[in-house]
Design a protein around this ligand. Sequence first.
Ligand SMILES: [Zn+2]
Length: 352
Amino acid sequence: MLPVFVFRPLWTFCLLSLASASYCQRVNPNDPSWRNAQTSHEVTKYNGTSLLKLCQLSDPRRISVYLDNILVARPVGSDNHKRVGMYLKRTMEELGYYVEIDRFSEQTIAGSRTFRNVIGVLDPSAPRWLTLACHYDSKDMRPEFDFMGATDSAFPCAVLLDVAHSLSPYISNRGATDVTLQLVFFDGEEAFRDWTQTDSLYGSRHLAKLWADRLYPPYNSYNTREIHRIDYLVLLDLLGAPGASIPNYTPTNDPLIYNTFWDTELRLRQLPNCMDTSTSTVFTGYSLNANVEDDHMPFHHQGVRIMHMIPTPFPRVWHTKQDDRSALEWKCMTNIASIVRAFTARYLGIRI
Ligand SMILES: [Zn+2]
């Protein structure tokens, strides 16, 4: 990703007004009212007991196992890259997800390359998606060194699997039956040489166009497309190192969803034995007028509502040899996994 900061931070004053989830019947996707429900969707306001239960689903050993399988040098075209892609697919399938591979070849500055976006959806018949996303390729720094990309983005990928795993016993019992959880592991986020509009974001550019071109349902007179199924695209990147602080990036972020994340973290931190509060909050509540080029941008350009979870400043290990397992800190990792899990449960109205 490429940071282009424009100007000053501002306080964000508004907190989301929270209401109980509305429990509804599954709509017919041929009835376009499912799109109206995307803008009127209300997140669940859990009591402390439910939030604590969500917190107690944390399991550092589970995240560690995921990292063991993802945290290898995995530049596009390498055997490791293929292995990690297949691991993501297999792990989601074992959790009951329907998995598709968006495979395509493209001419790059380094020659022709084959890319594979890995996409898992829990309930394919639900018309709407809450989409959690990250990229799983690592930057090719050879021959200087094998770049591991622990924050970039092995740990974010582990968080996605952890959320899916920890919520799997509860997710079928959710209030928002028209929206399901989707996990997208983008390929080819990194530039082969220097970051440009054409040498970067290979997977997300391809997938955004594919879904913008494809009608959903396949025959409909409302011109609704696959890409319209995304309620929000939540993109995690450069996370897991100490001191991460995430502002509300304007104009790309949707303020309502940012405030829901912010509010979720603040409520979790008030609970006993939940978050490690020796660290500062991840979500600052500040707005920052900045464009950070990343996998969300092709979707933002198509009108998808975005939550970009990337810290400012970037971790000091960014694109260096030091972005390995030693760059990650457990209490920060556990806090982030808890926040994303609780947010997901709130959004989907999971009864716990
Ligand atoms: Zn990177």
